[in-house]
Structures are given as C-alpha cells and as structure tokens.
Design a protein around this ligand. Structure first.
Ligand code: C2E
Ligand code: MG
Ligand code: MG
Ligand code: MG
Length: 288
C-alpha cells in the first residue's frame, strides 16, 4: 500500500516537471532563432557622477522582444543561453550592437557592457572586442566591460589572461555586483580593476541599516586606496543617493535617476544639443 501511495505522489509531480521541461525546450528553440528574427534589443541605463549630477555613461542591458511573451529581461533567458552555448553569438551581438549604438550618440560618454563567465572563457572574445572597436572607431577608453567574481573563480588562469589582454586594448574592466560573491578581497588584489560596482543589495536598505552603511563606506575607502572608481547600483530613493554621496561613492545608477531605455529615448535632441533625459525626481534633486 505504501508503495502504491508513493507512486501516486510521484505521479502528481510528473506533469509539473514535464511542463517545466517543455517550457525550457520552447525557450531554447525560440532563443536559437531570436537573433536572426531581430527580436533582441539593447536598452541603456544612464550612470551619473554623484558630485556633479552629470551623466558619465550608460550600461547596456539586453532585452528579448518575444512575439508571445512580451519583453523579457536577461533573468528569464540568460541561463538557457549559457547552458546551450547560444551565449557566444548573443554576446558578440551585444558587443557589436552596443558599440554601434553608442558611437551614434552625441558626446563621448562611456559605455558599459556585461560579460558572462562563458564569454570570458571564449578565446575569441579579445578579437571580437577589438574588431567591434575598430569597426565603430570608438575610443577604447570609452568602453568598459563588466564581469562578476564568478569569472575569476571558475577559471583563474585563462580568465585573468583574457582580462589583461582586453585591458591592453585600452578598454576598462569593472567588477560587477561586488560583495555578493566569495573572497572578493583576493580578486581586488590580483586584478587591476578600473571600477567596482557596489551591489544593489547594499544600497536597498542603506538609509536604515548601519551594517550596509559600514560595508559601503569600507568598499569605497578600499577602492580609493586601490585607485579604483566606484558605482552604486539600484538607487530608488533620494535618501539613498544622499547617503552614497556622503560616503564618497563616485557614481550612481538606478530607477531614481533613470530606468534602462531604448537608445532613441536616451537623448532630448531639442535645440540640437543632445541632453541625456533623466527622471524628473532626479532632476529636482539635482537642482536643490
Ligand atoms: P547587472 O549588470 O547588475 O545590471 C543591473 C540590473 O539592475 C539590470 O537588470 C537593471 O535593469 C537593474 N536595475 C537598475 N536600476 C535598478 C533599480 O533602481 N532597482 C532595481 N530593482 N533594479 C535596477 P536587468 O537588465 O534585468 O539585468 C540583469 C542582469 O543580467 C544584469 O545585472 C547582468 O548581470 C545581466 N545582463 C544584462 N544584460 C546583459 C548582456 O547584454 N550580456 C550579459 N552577459 N549579461 C547581461
Ligand atoms: Mg552590470
Ligand atoms: Mg550590477
Ligand atoms: Mg546587480
């Protein structure tokens, strides 16, 4: 009887697993055609200097315009892209598209592009980046590549070599989501990052949590001592912005300042000047 009952229980879960597996296969097959069908788009989120309030650059963020599911963020498909190997073509497209978009924008602002661990392991990455920079004729100093600690964790030697070769091209390397991985301090000593991006998790409760304040303050002083810039991500409230500025964080990014937007919505071209459009709340904070 117990055996029969066990079987019944199992049977209950099978359909759910089936659905998940089928769903995943659909995403896989849709994803393999998404680039060819022109369903991938880049959005750009402004990053501002906390002293001056001026825009210093943008982070490029990938979006999938799925015909049935609507606009999907990387959280919904990046894992599948990694596991199926589709990330290499997708990643190359992201690099080329972001550099093409930014070279058509007014001014000489910085462009930050995210790299997944698999991309950094690909020996063709350096050539891809070099070609895209050459094709768009963009100054390499304007290009920043964001990696997470996982890159260095998984494959120390080749990851390190690739990053050094990228840096020799004149581009910059940022350590993304800082504080969320393991043994973060060791990486800072081993690799000369240009920037540390302080993870949103420390920003969210910074106005109420003394621990988060202490951590952000320490990261900032450490970065200063190592000659690295800092950007805080995920700012949604002006109290957070105020605190981050007081703690000496250099730059900031978040919905309060601007959401990620399609390239055609980034600039106000009235008067031909090409001013970056920022959220009204941030504009009023700036004017105070
Ligand atoms: P990330 O690099 O840490 O990017 C910041 C994420 O925070 C973005 O999510 C952005 O939309 C979101 N964000 C920005 N400001 C706020 C805020 O004030 N509040 C909240 N709640 N969220 C905010 P998104 O676009 O969904 O991207 C998620 C992650 O996917 C990125 O995290 C990055 O690791 C990865 N990713 C995005 N685009 C690409 C890409 O082109 N290539 C690769 N390899 N990875 C990408
Ligand atoms: Mg990033
Ligand atoms: Mg980040
Ligand atoms: Mg993050």
């Amino acid at each position: 009887a117990a055996k029969a009952q066990g079987r019944d229980k199992l049977a209950l879960f099978e359909p759910a697993l089936d659905i998940a597996a089928r769903e995943r296969r659909r995403i896989e097959s849709d994803l393999s055609e998404a680039l060819r069908k022109g369903q991938m788009r880049m959005q750009y989120q402004p990053v501002v200097d906390l002293d001056t309030g001026e825009t210093t650059g943008f982070e490029a963020l990938l979006r999938w315009h799925h015909p049935e599911r609507g606009i999907m963020g990387p959280g919904e498909f990046l894992q599948v892209a990694e596991e199926t190997g589709l990330i290499s073509s997708l990643g190359e497209w992201v690099i080329r598209q972001s550099l093409a978009d930014v070279s058509a924008m007014p001014g000489n602002l910085r462009i930050a592009i995210n790299l997944s661990p698999t991309q950094v392991k690909n020996p063709n990455l350096v050539a891809t980046v070099a070609q895209a920079i050459h094709a768009t004729n963009i100054a390499p100093e304007r290009v920043e590549l964001e990696i997470t600690e996982h890159v260095l964790m998984e494959d120390q030697e080749s990851g390190h070599t690739t990053l050094m070769r990228l840096r020799e091209l004149g581009i910059r390397i940022a350590l993304d989501d800082f504080g969320t991985g393991y043994s973060s301090l060791g990486y800072l000593r081993r690799f000369p990052f240009d920037r540390i991006k302080i993870d949103r998790s420390f920003v969210t409760d910074i106005a109420s949590d003394f621990g988060s304040q202490a951590i952000v303050s320490t990261i900032t002083r450490l970065a200063d001592a190592l000659g690295m810039d800092t950007t805080a991500e995920g700012i949604e409230e002006s109290a957070q912005l105020e605190l981050l500025r007081k703690l000496g964080v250099h730059e900031a990014q978040g919905y309060l300042i601007s959401r990620p937007v399609p390239p055609e919505e980034l600039f106000d071209m009235e008067g031909g000047k090409g001013e970056v459009v920022l959220a009204a709340d941030f504009e009023s904070y700036r004017k105070r």
